[in-house]
Design a protein around this ligand. Structure first.
Ligand code: ATP
Ligand code: MG
Length: 239
């Protein structure tokens, strides 16, 4: 894939990577805590990096989850920033990066509005617990007034065989059936499954792109990244 540096669209091409003038900014938000925001941020960034894109993470969460991962050996540049300073931080990276992933705190901070202003796309990860539903929809509603925003089912129960009930997938299907067709378009078809090998990798600064036990998570994040690039291309002629 290549980017058109001015309009920030992507197109299928050879293996070479074009250096972009403006980075693509992907922010990960949900005012609900513990839904997988930092996990998605880190693994998507590592997926972009594995594809050859110049990638960094801006960590705006005082909990500093991404900073902590980097200190444990995570091989992506991570810088912390106040949410309100993100536009200035982005400007400083002009021409230096292809992708910048912005992790956010689990709060509906007004300053997130400034992040939405300068995001090309917002991902709202949500776990399938009933309590997550309204905060996730509220976060998505605020983000999509400013930019493209999509909901991503995360922490999906991996059990799907035998007599076990795949509770998470049932919850997602029920939720989608209740929504209007227009709203269903805001759900990504990708899902991220809860997998212990991924947690283990991240505990030592790794990601879905490292470790031989991580093939399933790697496939999910590869697919998610591909879906995001398609969303970024929608409506652009050159993709
Ligand atoms: N795909 C996954 N597989 C296994 N564990 C996961 C996955 N996604 C998240 N987790 C675990 O769930 C917990 C919450 O994830 P994470 O820290 O990414 O959520 P968060 O939304 O960033 O939380 P916070 O709001 O506190 O910042 C963590 O312990 C993390 O390791
Ligand atoms: Mg977090």
């Amino acid at each position: 894939m290549q980017f058109d540096s001015e309009s920030k669209v992507m197109s299928e091409s050879s293996q070479t990577h074009t250096k972009n003038v403006r980075p693509v900014v992907v922010s990960i938000q949900n005012q609900k805590g513990g839904v997988g925001k930092s996990t998605v941020t880190i693994n998507l960034a590592c997926t972009a990096r594995a594809l050859g894109w110049r990638t960094m993470i801006i960590d705006t969460d005082p909990q500093s989850t991404c900073i902590g991962w980097h200190r444990r050996g995570g091989d992506i540049d991570v810088e912390s920033s106040e949410p309100s300073d993100v536009p200035d931080r982005l400007e400083a990276e002009y021409r230096k990066r292809d992708f910048i992933f912005v992790d956010t705190a689990g709060s509906g901070a007004a300053a997130h509005s400034r992040i939405n202003d300068c995001s090309d796309i917002v991902i709202v990860p949500f776990s399938t617990s009933v309590d997550d539903r309204q905060p996730s929809l509220d976060t998505h509603f605020r983000a999509r007034r400013k930019t493209r925003a999509y909901l991503l089912p995360c922490l999906v129960d991996p059990r799907s065989s035998g007599r076990r009930i795949n509770a998470s997938k049932t919850t997602i299907q029920t939720l989608l059936q209740r929504l209007s067709p227009e709203f269903r378009a805001f759900f990504l078809t990708s899902i991220i499954t809860r997998r212990l090998p991924l947690t283990d990798q991240m505990a030592s600064g790794g990601s879905c792109q490292s470790g031989y036990r991580n093939n399933e998570s790697r496939s999910e994040f590869d697919r998610l990244f591909e879906e995001l690039t398609q969303k970024l291309c929608e409506g652009k002629n050159e993709c």
